[in-house]
Design a binder for this molecule. Structure first.
Ligand code: FAD
Length: 431
């Protein structure tokens, strides 16, 4: 099997790369072993919310120079300010073209409301999530925060109390919903996704409306856990219409309905453009000749190799086995690629729980074009994208999705450039 490009890993980085490649008419296969970080995410995308020195960032693109000074190995610093700005704008338009309804802009971060009722800086948020522009007051009128009886992953009282501290008029309620009684019998099954499977059925809508209506009669706005609209927004929009009030959804503990919906939308776009997805498959070995990869083998394809001119490594961090930590060593399991400087074992973690944890920025070492290196040598046709990259801390710097999108699009841009040059050279030869 031969493709123009093979992408290893189908999380946010691999998918955006595949979408850009197929949009340009290149053939692309994504091999993806399992779930990805989107399934566990808030559904909001962070670009850059804090500098490594802890300073809060309101305008992420204006902070890139300072970031380069403080953190020269950060993927944004490696790519350079102009490139990051261009790729950020490309990401915004590609996400929109893929069908995602997101609000926010790279000109200025906004605050989203967390499931605890706190405000948290971010770049892009799904339309249905409550957000507030910086330096603006929250304007939601009288809010009814409605939890679902027995659903422990969302506590309406916590949200309401926090919003009250912000001076908002808020009340907490629980809705019983008898249609969930069977599910409620098993607390480990009583999770956002399983609840959504029941709430999304059109025949259940009258009961949901009947139970929620009296609780929210005098509210202007409803805040609910994100447990409705798993496949698409239709059930959420219908509930909003029938209750006659604006509803906002707050992310829940994983699995995250908002994140899964983002992932499914991006997958559909990749497939619509002719991309080949190999879900549940895993790259098991990489075959190199000199400083180039020729092909990869996967668990499901046995000895039938996937060949390509260009490859992308987007296998995620420790969370998805893109990196592996043993007691005294960290390694990249597919090719044993070079990693950014790893300090001695005692310095992997910081005893202060909320401080930046050094292990968060462990990852693959690259050249300035984000191509992987092994034994100090660049692998010419292997780009690295997303959480497997080293040199940044997605949590304390608030840049996880941004790094995945920008490095994924950078890899795609380099690969498109390679094929354009190749084509031009062929035309020259035939003339
Ligand atoms: C729990 C969690 C929550 C997060 N929440 C947010 C958030 O709300 N906002 C935000 O901006 N950032 C968040 N992040 C940061 C996150 O890292 C990025 O946002 C981004 O989603 C990472 O995407 P990725 O594609 O690089 O990696 P991943 O999403 O980890 O995807 C890697 C994929 O590669 C696959 N894979 C691994 N090895 C192989 C192999 N050998 N062959 C084939 N496939 C393989 C994995 O199965 C997985 O599907 C979160 C991170 C975590 C861990």
């Amino acid at each position: 099997m031969k493709y123009d490009a093979v992408v290893m890993g189908g999380g946010l980085a691999g998918l955006i790369c595949g979408i850009r490649l197929t949009q340009s008419g290149l053939s692309c296969a994504i091999v993806s072993a399992g779930q990805n970080a989107l399934h566990f995410s808030s559904g909001s995308f962070d670009l850059l919310t804090h500098l490594p020195n802890g300073q809060r960032v309101e305008k992420p693109l204006n902070a890139l120079e300072k970031l380069s000074e403080l953190s020269p190995m950060h993927p944004y610093s490696r790519l350079g300010k102009l490139s990051v700005i261009k790729l950020t704008h490309l990401a915004e338009s590609l996400l929109q073209q893929s069908g995602l309804k997101l609000k926010g802009s790279s000109d200025e971060n906004h605050d989203r409301i967390t499931p605890m009722g706190h405000k948290r800086l971010t770049w892009l948020s799904p339309d249905c999530v409550p957000t507030v522009n910086l330096h603006h007051k929250m304007k939601f009128g009288k809010i009814a925060v409605v939890g679902i009886e027995g659903f422990l992953d969302f506590q309406p009282q916590l949200v309401a109390d926090e919003l009250k501290r912000e001076g908002l008029h808020t009340e907490a309620h629980y809705v019983h919903l008898p249609l969930l009684d069977r599910l409620r019998e098993n607390p480990s099954e009583f999770r956002a996704i399983n609840i959504a499977r029941w709430l999304d059925r059109p025949e259940n809508m009258p009961q949901i409306v009947e139970e929620i209506s009296p609780l929210v009669a005098d509210a202007d706005t409803i805040f609910m856990p994100a447990c409705i609209g798993l496949d698409n927004e239709t059930p959420f929009l219908e509930l909003q219409k029938q209750l006659g009030k604006t509803i906002y959804l707050l992310p829940t503990l994983p699995p995250s309905l908002l994140g899964i919906r983002l992932h499914e939308t991006l997958l559909r776009q990749f497939r619509r453009q002719g991309g080949i997805l190999m879900p549940g498959d895993k790259v098991t070995s990489v075959n190199c000749v000199g400083s180039r990869i020729e092909s990869v083998n996967t668990r499901n394809h046995g000895n039938i190799a996937l060949k390509a001119s260009q490859f992308v490594l987007a296998t995620g961090s420790f969370f998805n086995n893109g990196l592996v930590a043993e007691f005294d060593r960290v390694y990249e399991p597919l090719m044993n690629l070079d990693l950014c400087d790893i300090p001695p074992r005692a310095q992997w973690t910081n005893t202060e729980f909320f401080a930046s944890q050094p292990y968060m920025s462990f990852g693959v070492q690259t050249d300035s074009q984000l191509r992987a290196q092994k034994d100090g040598q660049t692998i010419e046709n292997l780009y690295v994208a997303g959480a497997v990259l080293g040199g940044f801390d997605p949590l304390t710097e608030g840049c996880g999705a941004g790094v995945s999108l920008i490095s994924g699009l950078h890899a795609a841009g380099e690969i498109i450039g390679y094929f354009e040059q190749h084509k031009a050279e062929q035309v020259e030869v035939t003339q």
